[in-house]
Design a protein. Structure first.
Length: 537
């Protein structure tokens, strides 16, 4: 896939600009060994409802005049399943020599290396599993291959950037994914053929979701370990966390991928989800130290319910793991859409971030932003409100040894993200308190969904919902499949921990469903939650 001359020249200029975080000139793609993100931005895979059901599509983001960013009028439909969601590109085949030579750009019209796309597919029996398909051969001529075979729900796959040391040599690296276990989600990893499937989190109450790998082979560029980012509510609200993973060939089946430890990233920030990890160097002659930047979604004080944000360490070290000190992380907000921005995906060379923008009618489009711009005037809508488009994933065209970030986000695109609201001008100083005992602190409503568990068989199936509230409230729960509501019930609960039971109607077949829970006080304060649940397991 060739890029227009204007885009190529722009990238050459950007590659020579100053990296704002340290003020060191960047360079071109390096040829050092190591499988990081690609040298060139390829196509974007996403899922969309266009023919009555959701399938995986592929577009060329550089379809504008002269190869500039623009909407692709002819996206390619890759799958034809009933419900195919959440694509993830593999890196180029590591068994072939597809490294970027110095200063080589895609203008040589070389053939891109073969790549796979992993995705989740829900079949007619209600099961959701991970599949993979050759991106060069769409269905029905091609055939998606089933990777996992669990009777529950396996979702949100993410191809690793490399095969960890000791793991079986295959055509493609392992795949991380979510699996619903006892009413909540755990993170699993398996080889690309489904072997060595391992539970990494073994949760007893929290949810672990949306895995995304570090672009490099481990924290310091070594193949011994891989690092995985994800979001979890184990700390009380959604936060971005990291775990380090190694492969132990001598371990028994089901234990060969080993969780070496986890740490928080977005401590003290508003709710944070959907991480996308990018790594870049600050010196074009030495690949170390590496700088890490995680794009993620979540609300902030300047916009709607969800914006695109970044977390980047302010202290760069070749000896400490990335994001090991939450006190030395810079948080930036890049968007301010009142409807909601989510699912960010770094471009392979760091020039752009693709994301999902939701309109007022509830449908979403795939947008691309330039993090170096001062405003959103250059943002490009790639899908033009045709269908409902979600979960972008960017294809790396070649393996690179060092990632070089073009320039630090500036202007409106780089406002500080923090939990408290901006106040301008400053409010007047408070009046002195009246004499007497101090007034009680204002009441803050709090609700937490602890577990959702399906029990029973046949005609006696029930979803047990355990939640904790700090005041008497009204609880409404519904069981849905897609846009269909299959059951709904309402209860009144007292302050504390309560267990409510949502009966499942006879007509509902066994399979994976969504449970929506809304908790509301009489004064209008409310919290809502969604969880997957599997019936008949």
């Amino acid at each position: 896939m060739g890029l227009g001359n204007s885009v190529l020249e722009r990238r050459r200029v950007l590659a020579l600009m100053v990296v704002g975080i340290v003020g060191i000139p960047a360079g071109f793609c390096a040829s050092a060994a190591g499988a990081l993100r690609g040298c060139h931005d390829g196509r974007i895979a996403f899922d969309s409802v266009r023919g009555g059901h959701r399938d995986i599509y592929v577009i060329n983001p550089f379809s504008g005049p002269g190869g500039t960013l623009g909407a692709d009028p002819k996206p390619i439909q890759l799958t034809t399943g009933a419900n195919d969601v959440h694509p993830s590109w593999s890196p180029p085949d590591p068994n072939t020599d597809n490294f970027c030579p110095e200063q080589q750009f895609a203008s040589d019209n070389s053939t891109p290396p073969p790549t796979m796309i992993a995705f989740q597919r829900t079949t007619a029996d209600g099961n959701t599993n991970i599949y993979r398909i050759d991106a060069a051969t769409p269905e029905p001529a091609g055939q998606a291959v089933q990777v996992t075979h669990d009777v529950g729900a396996d979702t949100a796959p993410a191809f690793a950037p490399a095969i960890p040391q000791g793991a079986p040599t295959q055509a493609y690296p392992p795949i991380a994914f979510e699996r619903m276990v006892n009413g909540h989600h755990d993170l699993f990893v398996a080889n690309a053929d489904g072997s060595d499937e391992t539970n990494l989190t073994h949760s007893t109450g929290a949810d672990y979701a949306n895995p995304d790998w570090s672009p490099g082979e481990g924290e310091l560029g070594t193949p011994q370990t891989l690092s995985l980012s994800f979001d979890t509510d184990q700390g009380g609200q959604r936060e971005i966390w990291i775990m380090d993973i190694a492969y132990k060939a001598g371990n028994p089946p089901g234990q060969r991928y080993v969780n070496l430890g986890m740490r928080e990233v977005t401590t003290g920030q508003p709710a944070s989800t959907d991480p996308s990890w990018f790594t870049f160097s600050v010196d074009n002659k030495n690949p170390h130290p590496l700088v890490n930047s995680i794009a993620f979604a979540g609300p902030d004080q300047n916009g709607g319910p969800s914006q695109i944000d970044t977390a980047t360490p302010t202290v760069i070290s070749d000896t400490a793991p990335p994001f090991s000190d939450p006190g030395n992380i810079d948080y930036s907000a890049l968007t301010s859409n009142p409807a909601g921005d989510s699912a960010p995906a770094w471009a392979p060379d760091g020039n752009y971030i693709a994301y999902q923008k939701t309109a007022a009618d509830g449908r979403s489009d795939i947008y691309v932003l330039d993090p170096t711009s001062n405003d959103d005037a250059s943002d490009v809508n790639l899908t033009q409100h045709v269908g409902d488009n979600r979960n972008p994933s960017w294809e790396p065209l070649q393996i690179r040894g060092v990632d070089l970030f073009p320039v630090r986000p500036l202007g409106r695109r780089h406002r500080t993200r923090r939990a408290e609201a901006d106040v301008s001008p400053l409010p007047p100083p408070p009046s002195p308190p009246p004499p007497g005992p101090p007034p009680p602190p204002p009441f803050v409503f709090s609700a937490r969904l602890l577990t959702t568990t399906a029990v029973g068989h046949g005609l006696n199936r029930t979803v047990l919902i355990r939640l904790r509230v700090n005041a008497a409230a009204s609880v409404t729960a519904s069981l849905t499949l897609g846009h269909r509501q299959l059951a709904r019930h309402r209860w009144q609960v007292a302050s504390g921990t309560d267990l409510v039971r949502l009966p499942v109607p006879r007509r509902v077949r066994n399979g994976a469903y969504q449970v929506h829970v809304a908790v509301q006080l009489a004064n209008g304060s409310s919290e809502s939650f969604s969880r997957r649940v599997h019936l008949g397991r």
